[in-house]
Design a binder for this molecule. Structure first.
Ligand SMILES: NC(=O)c1ccc[n+]([C@@H]2O[C@H](COP(=O)([O-])OP(=O)(O)OC[C@H]3O[C@@H](n4cnc5c(N)ncnc54)[C@H](O)[C@@H]3O)[C@@H](O)[C@H]2O)c1
Ligand SMILES: [Zn+2]
Ligand SMILES: [Zn+2]
Length: 392
């Protein structure tokens, strides 16, 4: 089959790799009909290179049709399913508590990490990913979300990652209704964090340097700002001089505005893998500009919810300010199945309350994956979200 594979820093190619086959009684094989590129894939493309191996199949936002199903998968050929980005068992201590990203059955203990993820480096189990014609889904009796046949793929696809991630980010703010929320970053994740805030009745401000990303958010009732000190002043003024009740960081470790850390990240990427892995374990390699903005902006006693991914073990944080402002911090990979029951009716609602129909900017054949990665990373051609079509 054809698949997108990682070849090196900023290099992915379309290759022919062996078709996946059933390996366990609860496995399923799906033929992928849509598979998206995520901001998290951009971290593999650049910063997390030391944990990747040449030829790794990437991608973790797929959906498709079951073509082969193990006897314990609970699925049958022909079922249309969305596949969550994490692999979880559904009945361990963690899964029962809605912490599917910490699943004790699939935890990557050799790396000291949480649940295995599709297509996401040695850190998360080196499981072949979903930017491919076919995907083997382990623990298929729990993960895959069965959906109906009527609506187009793009209505359901983002249940694999973007929507539960944004929903969890908002849930972790602890806010509801009459409240002020700020969202940093208007990539795919920030778009939906902001829209979900609006949907739940909050006043939402968002910051991003890219004009078309601000325009998209503005179409959905979000007050938008360019990056910079001015935005902080304006948002503070609009929130009684205090700052918003909560700030979501939907930027992560490759934020603009951290030149020193960017140099470290780039240098780390050039080291031999073993040395670079050690460096990432012991040094602060995150670009913390967005998190620092969140700490400055949030009101005293407010909450910061991190959905952007961070990867350094010793990134310096302003503990004095965090402590003095009594800031609450919540974070983590999204626990997909925990939020699906709340999200499914919203994506199926003909009124499209979260505006899923206004999100995908590019649908391209899988063959164009390499160009699509470059376009998404460089934010050219108005690119906000790319969906790849293996049959395209
Ligand atoms: N927690 C999870 O489960 C989960 C799931 C998916 C993605 N993520 C993470 O969420 C983050 C965002 O992902 P995405 O798909 O939206 O990707 P993205 O890279 O397209 O979005 C990041 C956005 O932040 C903006 N930005 C950069 N620096 C900024 C700054 N200093 N202030 C404000 N905005 C800034 C960029 O212009 C861009 O629009 C990534 O770190 C990704 O890994 C986490
Ligand atoms: Zn993703
Ligand atoms: Zn589990």
């Amino acid at each position: 089959m054809k698949a997108l594979t990682w070849q090196g820093i900023r290099s992915v190619t379309v290759d022919t790799v062996p078709d996946p086959i059933l390996q366990q009684p609860d496995d399923a094989i799906i033929e992928v009909t849509s598979t998206a590129i995520c901001g998290s894939d951009l971290h593999l493309y650049e910063v997390l290179g030391p944990f990747m191996n040449k030829g790794d199949v990437i991608g973790h936002e797929p959906m498709g049709v079951v073509v082969d199903a193990g006897p314990e998968s609970g699925l049958s050929p022909g079922d249309r399913v969305v596949v969550p980005f994490q692999i979880a068992c559904g009945d361990c201590y963690m899964c029962r508590r809605g912490l599917q990203t910490q699943c004790e059955t699939t935890q990557v203990r050799a790396q000291g990490m949480g649940a295995a993820l599709f297509g996401y480096s040695e850190l998360y189990g080196s499981v072949p990913g979903g930017q491919a014609e076919f995907l083997r889904v382990p623990h298929a009796g729990y993960g895959p979300i069965k959906v109906g046949a009527e609506l187009p793929d793009h209505r359901y696809l983002f249940l694999s990652d973007v929507l539960p991630t944004a929903w969890q980010a908002v849930a972790y703010t602890g806010l509801s209704g009459d409240a002020d929320l700020a969202v940093l970053g208007l990539g795919p994740i920030g778009q939906f964090c902001a829209r979900i805030g609006v949907h739940l009745g909050m006043r939402v401000h968002a910051i991003d340097p890219v004009p078309e990303r601000r325009q998209m958010a503005a179409r959905h009732g979000v007050t938008v700002h360019d990056m910079g000190e001015e935005a902080i002043g304006t948002i503070r003024e609009a929130t009684g001089g205090r700052g918003p009740d909560a700030v979501i960081d939907a930027v992560g470790m490759e934020a603009h505005g951290s030149p020193m850390a960017k140099a470290t990240q780039l240098a780390t990427g050039l080291l031999p893998d073993a040395v670079a892995q050690k460096a990432m374990e012991t040094a602060g390699v995150d670009r913390l500009a967005a998190l620092q903005t969140a700490i400055e902006l949030v009101r005293r006693g407010g909450t910061i919810s991190l959905s952007g991914v961070y990867g350094g073990q010793a990134s310096p944080l302003p503990m004095l300010t965090l402590f003095d402002k009594q800031i609450e911090l919540r974070m983590g990979q999204a626990n997909v199945r925990r939020w699906v029951d709340e999200l499914l009716p919203l994506v199926e609602d003909p009124a499209d309350p979260l505006g899923v129909d206004d999100f995908v900017t590019h649908r391209l054949p899988l063959e164009q994956g390499p160009d699509a990665y470059e376009m998404f990373q460089k934010k050219t051609d108005g690119c906000i979200k790319v969906v790849l079509d293996p049959k395209g």
